[in-house]
Design a protein around this ligand. Structure first.
Ligand SMILES: *Cc1c(COP(=O)(O)O)cnc(C)c1O
Length: 420
């Protein structure tokens, strides 16, 4: 551990701009989500320019984080967006996205939800034959996309593998004739085909491999306008071990080669889309919390914080690893002696552990804990469980200044819907 430096990531990136964790918590309260604009813009650009192909488009998958200010930044970088629900469509339009910049990837939705997108002129991807029938009945003669399941999946955890034989998603590849029959019956135009095989791959090859089937399915349809290869681009969660990044240069070149030879064969420069969610927002977000208790229970050390799993579900839900930084009121943190600890929250469940058995600098009451890579699936999965208030969100702008971009819940918010 010679090169171990606890706050490596935030120092290296100048994460906190002109301010610091202790000043942020003093000003905005604890816990707090902090986002860095420079990092967000950098990740947007990497995805927008991933493939050297003129008709390439990165669609940000907004379920990872739908803060309005962050969405505006993503849009200003030229990305389009994916929505999974009418609520996400609503939020995207509030952030300024135009209907033609939104793709609705639906899954088991009502006629009303389909109409929500149709009325706004937003293209919808359909996930089953029965939903394609429904779509045909309510929008005959319309344009539609179909999500196929290539029979293979990939991902860091069973719960986020979304392609393959044991998942609920997509239309089986052997149902192409049925899809054609329903399209014809309702005079629907198939605008595009999409897939999403899973989340958080760190090697590009399974993703590339997964494209073979979508490309061969696409060949069975004339005049496709777009193909959407899905998201799942991973980020290095183990930053303190210097985990390597996904090799975008190699992946981009391989994608570029596949795309250019395919469009030649198809004889049409179709639009190619990808759907990164986590890759865009994970690393621009840190979740800050405060240490209120340190104790030993039968030999194990527990650091008790206000970071319950209502603020970050990933460790509990996916056994996810998030790196921890320790801050001591602006004073430097010594890493000479490390101690094995469990960082836990304030929710009334034993599973409420945000970081298990980590070697960290000595932590005391009043210290601040930073949870890295909390920008994706952090706030968007946060809840009011235990009637906790969801934290505020602040943005460290490119000029180093900080702005509040969503206020903390209030106690009144907890009873607002009882106002009958
Ligand atoms: C969740 C999701 C994504 C984004 O996944 P990431 O792992 O965050 O990149 C993209 N497309 C679809 C259909 C999804 O459900």
């Amino acid at each position: 551990m010679g090169s171990y430096m606890n706050n490596y990531f935030t120092v290296q990136t100048g994460f906190y701009g002109n301010t610091s964790p202790d000043r942020l918590l003093e000003q905005f309260g604890s816990p707090l989500y902090v986002y860095n604009e420079n990092i967000l813009r950098k990740r947007c650009r990497e995805m927008a320019n991933l493939v050297p192909y003129a008709n390439f488009k990165a669609n940000y998958s907004v379920k990872a984080n739908s803060n309005l200010e962050l969405l505006k930044i993503v849009r200003s970088e030229g990305l389009h967006a994916d929505a999974m629900s009418p609520g996400e469509i609503f939020v995207l339009m509030k952030a300024g996205f135009k209907p033609e910049e939104i793709f609705y990837v639906s899954n088991n939705v009502s006629a009303g939800e389909m109409k929500f997108a149709i009325e706004r002129g937003i293209i919808t991807s359909i996930d089953s034959l029965s939903q394609l029938e429904l779509y045909g009945r309510i929008n005959p003669g319309g344009k539609v996309a179909v999500r196929f399941n290539p029979g293979v999946g990939a991902g860091h955890h069973e719960k986020v593998i979304t392609g393959g034989k044991k998942t609920k998603f997509g239309v089986n590849l052997d149902l192409v004739d049925e899809v054609k029959r329903i399209l014809k019956k309702y005079n629907l135009k198939l605008a595009g085909i999409n897939q999403h095989i899973g989340s958080l791959f760190m090697e590009g090859d399974p993703y590339i491999e997964g494209l073979k089937s979508i490309l061969s399915v696409a060949e069975k349809f004339d005049d496709i306008e777009f193909l959407d290869f899905g998201g799942g681009f991973g980020i290095p969660y183990r930053k303190q071990e210097r985990q390597p990044r996904l090799d975008l240069d190699t992946l981009g070149k391989k994608l570029g080669d596949i795309i250019s030879s395919w469009v030649k064969k198809y004889e049409k420069e179709v639009i190619i889309k990808i759907e990164p969610g986590r890759y865009i927002v994970a690393e621009c977000g840190v979740l800050l919390g405060t240490v209120y208790a340190v104790k030993k229970n039968y030999g194990d050390t527990y650091v008790g914080t206000d970071l319950g799993f209502n603020t970050l579900m990933r460790p509990v839900m996916y056994d996810a690893h998030h790196e921890i930084e320790v801050y001591k009121n602006g004073k430097p943190v010594s890493t000479e002696v490390l101690e094995k600890v469990n960082i836990v929250g304030n929710i009334c469940e034993s599973g409420d552990i945000i970081a298990k058995e980590r070697l960290l600098p000595k932590i005391e009451e009043g210290d601040i804990i930073g949870v890295m890579d909390a920008g994706a699936y952090g706030y968007s999965m946060a809840s009011n469980y235990n009637n906790r208030l969801r934290p505020a969100e602040v943005l460290v702008r490119s000029n180093g200044e900080v702005s509040l971009i969503r206020r903390r819940d209030t106690l009144e918010d907890l009873v607002r819907n009882f106002d009958l």
